[in-house]
Ligand binder design. Structure first.
Ligand SMILES: Cc1ncc(COP(=O)(O)O)c(C=O)c1O
Length: 361
């Protein structure tokens, strides 16, 4: 079976995990500190704070920024539900923004139309590994005094105009779920920012509100763990070479699909795409799914139920039409593009897609 994501497992990582077990220090210890320092250096920010998941990362960011009841948060609907659910759980209302049809990321023009002073934060998502067009988004957000939170859950190492995402807005966050460009053997997340006070508040909130040994606020338990930290440290070391492999795999697909009637993913001239997923746009996705499934290749549809169309959202906040998002929801299909794929695997995927598109229905 060719899966959409494949965890990287090595003897070095296994040895490190045994070391952690023997150290008897399992939570937020020296390896977590080392990972935070290295990750901050990699992204190019002053602070990285490791936490229990990407979702808790966003929760802590919003909570630390004081976003809650009566506030609005501008978000794409074409994303994983976690981008939206945390603001809702804190009492805020989502303002859904459509996406650019090419990059599938937040459309700055639609944002400009919908933003007003009640919007306290804008959360662009660097979807599938392609950065959102941050310059115009930041300009609009700043004009209205809204915080810019980068959702980089799917984009470790992606660059926008030469700068790594997660280090460009006020604050950013990454997921360390195993299917991401780098992940752990469980759950994890990491927050990145240059804001000293925000980083301190988040550190405190993730650990029961403790600061300098005192309980200074009511907090949560959203700490990271040492086994995750040694895995993440090793994966961070390999991240750039893996991203290059993902890009090579993507260019092999794009070339092989050049004569077919479908849209291959694009990379804007200002972007360094890290292909967490290789997402096609096509009117023949059922046929592609079927042909690939027959060949033992997994595919994914991200996202056929955009967040604004979910019943739980419509019942509470009503419905806003998002034409591009709704069209994409009917046409996208994601293929495996991860760095563990062999040349034979790639050929198997290519054959399946070609067969599906060349055979008349
Ligand atoms: C765009 C996006 N945001 C947020 C998250 C949440 O991250 P986690 O699964 O680590 O909680 C994910 C994870 O799938 C995601 O893809």
């Amino acid at each position: 079976m060719i899966r959409l994501a494949e965890p990287y497992i090595s003897d070095e990582i296994k040895e490190k995990i045994l070391e952690v077990i023997d150290s008897k220090q399992y939570v937020d210890g020296r390896y977590t500190r080392e990972f935070e320092e290295r990750f901050a250096g990699y992204i190019g920010v002053k602070h990285a704070v490791a936490v229990s998941s990407g979702t808790s990362a966003l929760f802590l960011i919003l909570r630390a920024l004081g976003i809650g009841r009566g506030d609005k948060v501008a978000v794409p609907s074409f994303t994983f539900i976690a981008t939206v659910s945390q603001a809702v759980e804190l009492g805020a209302e989502p303002v859904f923004i459509d996406v650019d049809p090419e990059t599938m990321t937040l459309d700055p023009a639609d944002l400009e139309k919908k933003l007003d002073s009640s919007v306290k934060a804008v959360i662009p998502v660097h979807l599938f590994g392609h950065p959102a067009d941050l310059d115009p988004i930041i300009e609009v957000a700043e004009k209205h005094g809204a915080h810019l939170i980068e959702d980089a859950a799917q984009a470790h190492g992606a660059r926008y105009r030469g700068r790594r995402v997660g280090g460009i807005g006020h604050v950013g966050y990454f997921s360390l779920y195993p299917s991401k460009n780098m992940g752990v053997y469980g759950e994890g997340g990491v927050i990145t920012t240059n804001d000293d006070e925000l980083a301190e508040r988040i550190r405190s909130l993730k650990n029961h509100g403790i600061r300098n040994g005192e309980f200074v606020m009511f907090g949560y338990n959203m700490k990271f763990n040492e086994i995750g930290a040694v895995v993440a440290l090793e994966q961070l070391r390999l991240l750039d070479s893996w991203n290059e492999r993902r890009r090579e795999n993507a260019s092999i697909y794009t070339e092989a699909f050049g004569d077919l009637e479908l849209e291959t993913p694009i990379e804007k001239e200002w972007a360094y795409h890290v292909y967490n997923l290789y997402t096609l746009k096509t009117s023949a996705r059922d046929g592609i799914r079927e042909a690939l499934s027959k060949r033992g290749v997994a595919t994914g549809i991200y996202y056929d139920r955009p967040v604004h169309t979910l019943n739980i959202v419509r019942e509470r906040f009503g419905y806003t039409k998002l034409p591009i998002t709704e069209e994409l929801a009917k046409r996208v299909i994601s293929l495996p593009v991860h760095p563990m794929l062999t040349r034979d695997d790639l050929e198997r995927v290519i054959d399946g897609v070609r067969e599906a598109l060349q055979t008349p229905p």
